[in-house]
Design a protein around this ligand. Sequence first.
Ligand code: SF4
Length: 277
Amino acid sequence: MTTQTLFRDDLQTRQGGVWEYISPSRLGKWLTCPLAFKLQYLEGIRQPTTPSLFLGKVVHAGLEQYYRHRHLGVTLEPADVCCRMLEAWGPTIDAENMTFDSTDAELALQRQAADLVTAYIAYAPKDEKPLAVEVATQAPLVDPLTGEDLGIPLLGVIDLIVGGQGGAVIADFKTAARSSEPLEIFHEIQLTSYAYLFRQLSERTEAGLEIRSLIKTKTPKIEFHGYPTRTDAHFRRLFSVIREYLDAVDTGRFNYRPGFHCGMCDFCTGHCREWQG
Ligand code: SF4
């Protein structure tokens, strides 16, 4: 079995076809709406980056800077992290083809990013030990319960792995509009995928998983939500979803799946309405 750790740049330039690899985001998109998945990943229709998505990306980049330094034993001050984040602002705008409604809107988003990162650094435990940061990795998908090799790799980026009391904890950063205890099931596909990759990479079992939420309230709030080690049932469910996904890709069946999520879908008024079934 070959497990590869990739550099983030490799991953960003890699937008392979659907038969090249599976990722948690591809699975998540397909689960939400197969038609939206087809438009994005098979027809290559790119949805514009929203301010909210852009904010998430720059905040992730700021936290990556913070933890990469922590990994080397250097603790950056919040102002230093914000400064580095703003230095990367322009290149991120270019990479994402981002446009703002006004200069004021752009400045407001810069302030919000800085406030969120500053609040996070103030909240995060100072004594936790980062074991790995932004781990881009891929591993062949072999069902841990049956040994069946699905013939395609899983590829994902784990935001952070920290050493906890019982072992390694896999953490994922989210920016969220409001505070709430995220139901574990919301993130099950992503967290179980990361646990699978971590186990393939390290040949160890994770001690737990965390969603670290940066809440975009006027005064930012930070919440950590922990989840236990993945069980056989998690992997059985993940692999059963992956098998169904592979069948859909194989047969080219991508039905629309209308629901509340359509309010956040840029295909809503155009491509989706033209779909004939
Ligand atoms: S509008 Fe809804 S049903 Fe249509 S593509 Fe988007 S998510 Fe799917």
